[in-house]
Write a protein that binds this ligand. Sequence first.
Ligand SMILES: *Cc1c(COP(=O)(O)O)cnc(C)c1O
Length: 429
Amino acid sequence: MNWAEKDKAYIWHPFTQMKLAGEAIHIERAEGCYLYSSNGDQYLDGISSWWVNIHGHAHPYIAEKIAQQCLQLEHVIFAGFTHTPAIKLAEKLLALLPGSFSKVFYSDNGSTAVEVALKMALQYWYNKGEIGKTKIIAFEDAYHGDTFGAMSVGARSVFTAAFQELLFDVVHIPLPSDDNIDQCTEMLQQMTSKGDVAAFIFEPLVLGAAGMKMYKPEHLDMLLAVAKRNGVLCIADEVMTGFGRSGKNFAIEHLVHRPDIICLSKGITGGFLPLSVTICTEDIYQAFYSDEATKALFHGHSYTANPVACAAALASMEILTQPETQQQIRLIAQEHHSFLQNIKDHPFIKGARQTGTILALEIKTTENTSYFNLIRDDAYNFCLGKGVLLRPLGNIIYFMPPYCITQTELQLVYGVIIDMLHYLQEKYT
Ligand SMILES: *Cc1c(COP(=O)(O)O)cnc(C)c1O
C-alpha cells in the first residue's frame, strides 16, 4: 500500500465524514508559513493549522529548546513532584496576564482547560457550602471544545445532536450587539439575581468555531459587570484568542473587568505540543486550600505539565514578547484592516469583520449560513489550488496567519481571496 492507501486503511480523521472525504494531503515538512506536501506542492498556512501555530512552522528556537528539554527531563508525574519548566512558565504567564491571577493549573488541550475551569467554578461554590449554585451561563453560539462538559456549555447543533440528552443544562444567552445589548444585560440580570448561577463562560471578543463572530469589548464589559455584581464567577475561554490573536497578548486586555478564571491553549506552545492552562484568582484557590483533604481539586491528566511542552511554551512566549513579533502583530492587524476597507463593499460579501490578526468574511448565499454549505468546499478547494490553506467555516472565510507572515505573503493571500470571490460569484450567480 502507498501512504494514501495506508492512511485510508488505518486512520480516522477528526471532524471528517470518512466516506465522503477526499484523500488527505500528505505533509512532509513545514517551515515558516509554508506546508510542503510529499508530491511537491506547497501551501501557505492561512489558518495557522487550526489556530495553534503563532510563530511559523518548525521554528528553530522552539525546536532547539524542546530538544534540550528532552535530553534533560522528558516527563515526570506532577503530583508530589515538580520541575523548573512548569514553575518558570507559571511565573511568566502570571506576570504577562493582566489582573490579579494567582494560580496555574496544567492540562493538555483546550477542552480539558475548559473542563477544569467548570469544575473549579462548580466546586468553588460546593466547597463554600453553597450547594444550589450549579447553573452555568454561556453564549448561544459558543464553542468550548469537544468533551462532555465543554460540549454542554457550547452551542447545540448537529455536532452535539447525538449527545443532546446527556449534556448538562446550560442557560444560553445571545451574543450582544448594538441592537440587543440592553436585552442581554437585562436577561443576565434576571438569570443571575436568583443566586443559583455558578459561572458565566465566554470567548472574549471572538467566537471562533461559531464562524469568527465578533462583539464589542464594551458589551462584554457590561455583561461582566452584571455577573460580578451578582456573585457569578466569570470564565474567559481564551483558547483561541490568547497569545496575540486579538491584537493584544490576551483579549481580556481589551476589557475593564477581569475574569476569575482564564483558559489558554492552542498558541501556547507556538503550535508544537499539546498543552493548556486554567488560571484562577487567589479567591478561587482559597476555596480549595484547606485542612480537609476532600476540598482538593480532584483532577489531573497523565501528561499534566509535561516538561517538554512547558519548555516549548516558554520559548514561544519569549518570541511573542519580542518587539519584532509585537510589530508583526500590529502589521497584520493594519494590513487586514486596509484589506477589509477594500473588500467590504464587494457584491458577494455580506459582512466583513476583524479583530487583531483575525480577518473574517461572510459570503452572500441564498442558503442559510451553515457548515455544510456547498460554497465552503468550493472556496476551500479553490484556495488550495492556489497554494493557500484557508478552511472556511460554512460560508465564513477567515484568515489568521502565523505572525511571521510577510507583507508580500499577506497581499498574496488577499489576492487569492479576491480571485476566489470572483470564481464563486461566477459559479453561484
Ligand atoms: C479550539 C477551542 C477549544 C478546544 O480546544 P481543543 O484543544 O481543540 O480541545 C476550546 N475553546 C475555544 C475557544 C477553542 O477555540
